[in-house]
Design a protein around this ligand. Structure first.
Ligand SMILES: [Zn+2]
Length: 446
């Protein structure tokens, strides 16, 4: 036997709610205070910012260099534009998203007798090793001339193609070619054109390498191309007043293609959007418009597609989205492509604008086969969710997507901004019924 220990009576534990409720209360208070302190507020309009001009902005912007995502010029442009828009009194957010960009890992050709030449991979190609007989095809060959050739399992060598390189490469692949090497002996730099998404080696060689390889026509050689992708940070800049509604959205893409300074395509649109933001700054118009600089336009309208998903709900208020792309060089007089519902309003507001049709298949990957980039711009993402959209554009100039896209005319930029402003004002003055709520996905907007 051992003595039983007696349990002493203890105080009952505090009921859980007595602990949890005060804690919850304190957390709610803390959260409330935190939200209040960190709530978005409108920055003050800086008088100096309102004195800016498109010419002054261009003098700064062009010093940043090309704006391909992942390059320093791109990031500096984002920082600079954000500062400009903030100084104009807008609350600016940078809506970041990852973007996959293509990378060149180099290319080689190997053959009999110790032949080795090196070059680079064709932009957008997917790289591989292929062996085959080397044949020559004229760079001037038209699509129908290429279609008449039998290139089954051949490796093609060609001088500077007269057509966009991507389209030319696609025709060769369609005829059964296992790869191609382009000798870059072009009289002027060719426009950047994306290679077909086929895992075959597509190479670009300089003159000397091309000449060395030409001595081996008819022999069996091996083409090797190494390509890859890497992920970079991209981001749309969205400038608005904190309570401002996107009744009008003015937009332009700020990215450029690799190797092109992108003056007309599309520093011109960026300058126009800054000009519009400046006109509205400090006036009631600022509360009714959003100003957006899209990223990743050149990589498949990535930024604008992202935007329409993110802002489906406030866009029930959107009367018009106005996209400015390539408005600083007059390949043609200023033109507009707009959704049917907007045309009467645009004709009345700005008579005499050249009207054009944008590409109805703008969402399809065309590998440069379409007649031009017309229609392949950010307004297409808005049209796709049934938002009235107008695209202001001066046609495709000779410098398009080349290293020579270095100049623009700020008077033309100004004129395009005038047209955008006039159309925006007319849309704000017109009767409007908000569209039914879109829902989070934007899928119900139709
Ligand atoms: Zn563009």
């Amino acid at each position: 036997m051992f003595p039983r220990t007696r349990v002493l009576p203890t105080r009952p534990a505090l009921p859980a709610w007595k602990v949890i409720l005060p804690l919850l209360g304190a957390a709610a208070l803390g959260w409330g205070a935190y939200s209040w302190v960190t709530r978005p507020v409108n920055p003050a309009v800086q008088p100096a910012a309102r004195q800016g001009t498109a010419a002054g902005d261009w003098a700064t912007l062009k010093t940043f260099g090309p704006r391909a995502p992942g390059t320093p010029g791109h990031d500096r442009t984002l920082d600079w534009a954000q500062a400009q828009l903030t100084a104009l009194g807008y609350h600016v957010t940078r809506d970041a998203f990852p973007l996959e960009v293509w990378t060149d890992g180099g290319a080689t050709v190997a053959g009999p007798g110790g032949l080795t030449v090196t070059g680079r991979a064709l932009y957008g190609s997917q790289g591989a090793d292929q062996q085959g007989a080397l044949v020559a095809v004229s760079g001037d060959a038209t699509e129908s001339q290429v279609d008449a050739l039998d290139l089954q399992m051949k490796l093609v060598l060609t001088h500077c193609p007269a057509r966009p390189w991507g389209a030319f490469a696609a025709d060769l692949i369609d005829q059964g070619a296992f790869g191609e090497a382009i000798i870059d002996d072009c009289a002027r730099p060719p426009a950047l054109s994306r290679a077909p998404a086929t895992p075959l080696p597509m190479l670009v060689l300089d003159r000397a390498a091309g000449t060395a390889l030409e001595a081996h026509l008819g022999q069996t050689v091996t083409f090797t191309a190494r390509t890859g992708t890497h992920t970079v940070q991209a981001g749309n800049l969205v400038a608005r007043r904190v309570q401002g509604q996107p009744q009008v959205i003015y937009g332009a893409h700020l990215d450029s293609v690799p190797g092109a300074p992108g003056a007309n395509d599309n520093a011109s649109g960026v300058l126009a959007v800054l000009d519009l933001a400046r006109r509205a700054a400090g006036t009631p118009d600022a509360e009714r418009a959003w100003f957006v600089l899209f990223d990743g336009e050149e990589l498949g309208l990535t930024g604008s597609r992202q935007f329409v998903k993110t802002y489906a709900y406030p866009m029930e208020q959107t009367r018009v989205m106005i996209n400015l792309d390539m408005v600083g060089v007059n390949a043609q007089p200023l033109g507009v492509a707009a959704t049917e519902d907007l045309l009467p309003l645009i004709r009345a507001a700005r008579p005499g604008l050249r009207e054009f049709e944008d590409d109805p298949q703008s969402t399809r990957e065309t590998f440069g086969r379409s007649a031009g980039p017309t229609g392949l711009s950010d307004h297409a993402a808005f049209k796709a969710v049934r938002i009235p959209a107008a695209f202001l554009h001066r046609g495709v100039d000779r410098q398009y997507h080349t290293a020579q896209d270095t100049a623009l005319n700020t008077a033309l930029v100004q004129d395009a901004a005038d047209a955008a402003w006039t159309i925006g004002q007319a849309a704000l003055a017109a009767p409007f019924t908000p569209r039914p709520e879109c829902g989070l996905t934007g899928r119900d907007c139709h």
